[in-house]
Ligand binder design. Sequence first.
Ligand code: HXC
Ligand code: NAP
Length: 261
Amino acid sequence: MFASDLLRDRVALVTGGGSGIGLSIVEQYLALGAKVAMVSRNPERLAEATAALKERGFDNVMGVQADVRNYEQVSEAVRAVVHRFGSLDILVNNAAGNFFCPTAAMSSNAWKTVVDIDLNGTFHGCRAAYEHLDASSAGGCIINIITMQALSGWPGAAHAAAAKAGILSLTRTLAVEWGPDNIRVNAISPGPIGDTEGARRIYEERGRAEQERSRVALGRFGKKQEVANAAAFLASDLASFVTGENLIVDGGRWLKYVSEK
Ligand code: HXC
Ligand code: NAP
């Protein structure tokens, strides 16, 4: 649907790019002409995704192993991407951890683990990428993947809700701090997206898929491609005056939820 050269010669790094929504964003960026790096902890997952993408004719793709909780590893990943592709224009902080756990049963380490991956990992990505995004001739772009439960709260996932709320705050802070450097910083809030680990853990495994579907105004789960479309728009020059925004891609789920009481 977009012009096929929309992201030509842009270099993107997508954390958690080896699976789910992140992998769809990687595929979309490659199809639009970008050079793309995927970051994940799992080298087998990266090798498999890289091989599958190369098979489809995408040569400008690389996998980099790193744990986003570790700043040195994230910095090293950014250096490897710039070494291979020559610059870094787009950072997508998509890596996340989540599991259903009532707060009264949640250990301190369980809380810390999710906050570390989601919130600290996003800070690490932004901080490590800053100098390269600042130097980008196209203008730098950061996209943080969150959820509207960051605003509503999330019974059974307090760790993820709090971490994503922190990411929204960081998004807005950096949009203002780094605006003068021509770096745009935005968030995307997907609703429930089918065929993902997130939906499997939070809804399907718990027998809540039908209930969740009925809470979406459009009456269905979203597709990974529909989130990737939003990520393409925000990364492109079509969004050149958009920063500090939270683009909701949830089929009207949050509006239906608040209007239903
Ligand atoms: C209670 C749990 C738990 C569970 C782990 N813990 N799973 N507690 N219920 N189901 C606790 C552990 O007991 C431990 O605490 C602490 O959390 C850390 O667990 P580890 O297994 O050591 O952590 P680690 O190996 O670092 O793995 C991180 C992880 C794992 C988050 C726990 O699930 C993971 O790697 N997830 C990545 C993939 C993922 O989550 N994808 C979904 C993203 S979807 P103790 O106290 O025992 O030491 C999303 C939004 C979905 O984010 C939106 C809605 C659809
Ligand atoms: P997913 O496939 O499990 O994606 C999460 C990715 O993060 C995995 O590729 C994982 O790779 C990576 N990751 C986790 N911990 C990491 C760490 N410490 N360091 C580096 N990488 C790490 O799940 P998804 O459902 O597609 O979720 C993607 C994003 O969308 C998340 O931000 C999630 O919160 C958000 N979201 C999803 C939904 C939904 O319906 N699915 C709804 C709203 C928001 P490794 O395990 O290989 O490291």
